[in-house]
Design a protein around this ligand. Sequence first.
Ligand SMILES: C[S@@+](CC[C@H](N)C(=O)[O-])C[C@H]1O[C@@H](n2cnc3c(N)ncnc32)[C@H](O)[C@@H]1O
Length: 332
Amino acid sequence: MELPAALRAAVDDALDGVPLADLQAASERLSARYRSETRDGRAHLSDDISARAYLAVRMPATYAAIRASLGAVAELRPDFSPKSLLDVGAGPATAVFAARDCWPGLSDATLIEQSPAIRRWGEMLLPRLVLGRSDWLAQNIATAPLPQGSHDLVMLAYVLDELVPAAHGALVDRLWAATADMLVIVEPGTPAGWSRILSVRDRLIASGAHLVAPCPHALTCPLSAPDWCHFSRRVARSRMHRRIKSADVPWEDEKFIYLAASRTSALPVAARVIAPVQVRGGTVSLKLCEQSGAARQHLLSKRDGDRFRQARRLAWGDCVGEPATMPADSAV
Ligand SMILES: C[S@@+](CC[C@H](N)C(=O)[O-])C[C@H]1O[C@@H](n2cnc3c(N)ncnc32)[C@H](O)[C@@H]1O
């Protein structure tokens, strides 16, 4: 997956003329802070060079993860066509670009971002979308109330990990209160990110939300440490990205976890593929989280006929629609 061409060109322009060594140093600082989930009271994107490094090395990956999460929502809620979006911790407006790519009818965006350095870039990039209305708010979402009113789609992407855990519950309650239909929260695909998503999941279920994706049920999550639920998207690296990271490989795999919850129920699914699909010789091995609340590994061979052929087409993160097509009797 790649950023849309116009956005990619705008990001290239933003990096034009910036010394490579400065971008490399800022990118390393950012990676270290994200990896260790540093919460020292300072914003990760506190200055212009950090913000530009984010555009180069993180925005393509967070865009890919958000876009994949929204694709899963669209698949199970074909009737959902949001007009308004509240993007909380918006950064350079990544979620708005991804949502508009998924739902071209999106016309109204409210973006909350406290860091002036990255907000400035978001304000410069967003006009490429030609929305009917966009409004940036410079607020601290851990303390300030959200703007009044509700929005068809509310997004919180790659933000919870930057907030102290004590602030999560109240923020999720405020986000849900601001949600007219769909709330989507995306986190890094680490055990810590999954654990935060599990807490959000419990809270939203208790508030009466319908889970849309990725979970095929609202029962207790069947996974336990050291296992964790996450997905992955392959992201193309631009030439500049490769130079900043001193990387030869023209792509990277972004691991992420998400939760989409709605006030309206979605199409039921029998299962979701929760690990890479292993195709070896004449067999397919699938790990499924199932509507029954169980997570099981399935092994299919050519003898399973259509179910084998269907399983071979599945990928990590896909949902399996009809219970009848699920490879249920070959669990191992
Ligand atoms: C990792 S970036 C994610 C940006 C964007 N959502 C994306 O997915 O690319 C997290 C963003 O949340 C913002 N943020 C973190 N804590 C915040 C707070 N308390 N109030 C408002 N924004 C905050 C940061 O400034 C940063 O821009």
